[in-house]
Write a protein that binds this ligand. Structure first.
Ligand SMILES: [Zn+2]
Length: 603
């Protein structure tokens, strides 16, 4: 027995020794990235990935096909060229295995470089850009990773164009060298956009956490006001979760001619703004809503996340049916928190909510596609919207924001105004992210809701979320003593959208349920004449419709693919119902408590 034990003990030591040996070989491997931009006017980045102490005969490098947060395969590899590898003076063979995958034959060389060039001339929050005025980098479109080493730390050494003096990114600097950044792992590199150039930099601290605002492109913003408003946005978001997960945060703002939209990242965001929009109150309010939206993502999606969204598979679509929570509830909060911050009032918020309800309920798509399916198919439908989208799909942003309001009120209603969506999101953040550091499943999200409500929420999850049933708005808004009313328009219409900007009157969308859909009006038809009168603009068509009523027939001459056609269209009442709230007569104390809790504003 003894010898047997000794034998197994020795074997254990031998295994341990071999394990440590293999681990030390892995630990010794290191990697670093070098990013050059010597001729920015050509829009080419030059990338070198240096690998040291590598002990395999082949190394596989991959470039992501998508960027987390924007659910579409974008094929970043299309901009990659001149991929070569070398070890000292020796060239190594590089073979392309797939659209975004390269194999380097190391031929026993432990240290080698992979070099390639990336064309970057698309200024969007999902791509990278380089010109003589600035450099903007999203890691997913520029940096490959060595398969098997993506989890390991590295460094990013930037060689800026000689006239670029500033850099803004949430990647931490290596000591005092601002051009060398520490990369804990590839996910962080991929999720930390970088702005380089001569942009304006504003800074503030929120509860001791450094926040930076990098503004490229000029604009009519007031720096002091901007900082104050951004601080307010940060505060209203943090107050929901009662803690801020960042050590530092960077807002990259690209001011362009007609900018809009943004993308969330781990400790930063990139947003686009119209450079002269800061002085326009509506546009500025919308911009602050966007800042709240992206900052709220720090918790909802970057940390509290559906199971499918992290760790990511960069090679293909990552399917989840929970974008109605990740994006929809974030959209609900950008509107709600804009009100809490004082950028909108109660009526303004309720009008926005009614507008969203109209957008969803007036389109046939909500009867076709459940919001969970809209999320799952975001890759092929939401991000590839076409002229028929309104008839066949529902937006997980817009309908998700309505579901956010309904869920908030369901919870407040079930708990007599004690607990709502704030408490649910905080609880989920603590439980799934902080305690377990994992993503939630559809079932876990539902269970958390039902636990907080203290009741089954079958209608909500099976019919409104997983089905296409119109929610029982009045039961749910009734918790806050409100009634949702709707008014059917009195005017008739063709039930389509039109564009007359090019001097032609063109049909852009034909809505199912409308007159044009029923009687054969097609997308791209050019309307030439109506009832024998030449009709060139939307205004002229509106005048023709003014004295018409339901079931009147219009004679419409259209050009379709170069062929003239006569159509007879029997007019219908316009399909766009108008939604609005009215307060119930004599709401109860509980209803008023829930309403004021729901629509509270921060001091
Ligand atoms: Zn979002």
């Amino acid at each position: 027995m003894l010898s047997h034990s000794l034998d197994s003990l020795l074997r254990c030591y031998a295994v341990l020794f071999l394990f440590l040996l293999s681990q030390s070989a892995v630990w010794a491997q290191s990697q670093s990235y070098r990013l050059g931009m010597p001729e920015p006017h050509t829009h080419y980045y030059e990338v070198t990935i240096t690998i040291s102490d590598y002990n395999k005969n082949e190394a596989i490098f991959e470039l992501p096909v998508w960027i987390p947060g924007s659910y579409m395969v974008r094929e970043y590899a299309k901009n990659v060229e001149s991929v070569v590898a070398s070890s000292g003076n020796k060239s190594l063979k590089v073979e392309k295995l797939a659209k975004n995958r390269w194999k380097v034959s190391t031929e026993g060389q432990k240290n080698f470089d992979l070099n390639y060039r990336v064309y970057a001339y698309e200024l969007s929050v999902r791509t990278s850009f380089l010109d003589a005025s600035h450099a903007y980098i999203n890691g997913t479109s520029v940096f490959m990773y060595l398969v098997g080493m993506a989890e390991k730390p590295s460094k990013l050494i930037i060689e800026p164009f000689k006239e670029f003096k500033n850099i803004s990114t949430s990647l931490k600097a290596d000591g005092s060298d601002k051009w060398t950044r520490l990369v804990p792992n590839y996910d962080v590199l991929a999720d930390s956009p970088i702005e380089i150039g001569n942009h304006d930099i504003l800074a503030f601290k929120y509860k001791g956490i450094p926040h930076e605002i990098a503004l490229y492109g000029g604009g009519n913003y007031d720096p002091k006001k901007l900082v104050k408003d951004f601080e307010r946005c940060v505060d209203v978001c943090t107050e929901v979760f009662k803690e801020n997960p960042c050590e530092n945060y960077v807002f990259i703002v690209h001011n362009t001619q007609n900018g809009g939209g943004g993308l969330e990242h781990l400790n930063s965001t990139s947003v686009l703004m119209s450079r002269l929009g800061y002085a326009n109150p509506d546009s500025y309010r919308g911009f602050l809503g966007l800042i709240i939206h992206e900052y709220f993502h720090l918790w909802n999606v970057k940390r509290l996340r559906p199971k499918a969204l992290g760790p990511f598979d960069y090679n293909q679509e990552n399917y989840t049916s929970m974008l109605w929570v990740a994006e929809g509830i974030t959209s609900y909060y950008d509107e709600l928190l804009s009100m809490r911050a004082g950028y909108n009032d109660h009526n303004g918020y309720l009008n926005t909510l009614c507008g969203s309800i109209g957008t969803i309920e007036n389109r046939f798509g909500r009867r076709v596609q459940p919001v969970t399916e809209s999320s799952f198919d975001a890759w092929i439908k939401f991000y590839r919207a076409d002229e028929n989208s309104a008839n066949a799909t529902v937006s997980y942003y817009t309908y998700g924001s309505i579901l956010g309001a309904l869920l908030d009120l369901e919870l407040l209603g079930a708990t007599n105004g004690e607990k709502g969506l704030d408490e649910l999101m905080r609880e989920l953040y603590l439980e799934t992210y902080k305690k377990q550091n994992k993503g939630y499943t559809d079932e876990e999200f539902k269970e958390a809701c039902e636990k907080m409500a203290g009741k089954k929420m079958t209608d909500f999850f099976e019919q409104y979320v997983g089905g296409t049933t119109v929610p029982d708005y009045n039961r749910i808004f009734g918790y806050a003593g409100l009634e949702l009313k709707q008014e059917t328009p009195k005017n008739v219409s063709l039930g389509c959208s039109l564009d007359d900007t090019g001097g032609k009157l063109l049909v852009k969308n034909v809505y199912k349920g409308g007159a044009g859909y029923a009687d054969g009006l097609n997308v791209n038809d050019e309307i030439i004449a109506v009832n024998d009168f030449r009709t060139l603009s939307r205004a002229q068509l509106s005048e023709i419709l003014l004295d018409k009523k339901e079931n009147d027939v219009l004679k419409i001459l259209v050009a379709r693919g170069g062929v003239l056609l006569n159509l007879s269209i029997k007019l219908k009442t316009d399909i766009n119902k108008v939604f609005f709230f009215e307060s119930l007569n004599n709401p109860s104390v509980t209803q008023m408590k829930i309403r004021s809790r729901w629509l509270m504003q921060m001091p």
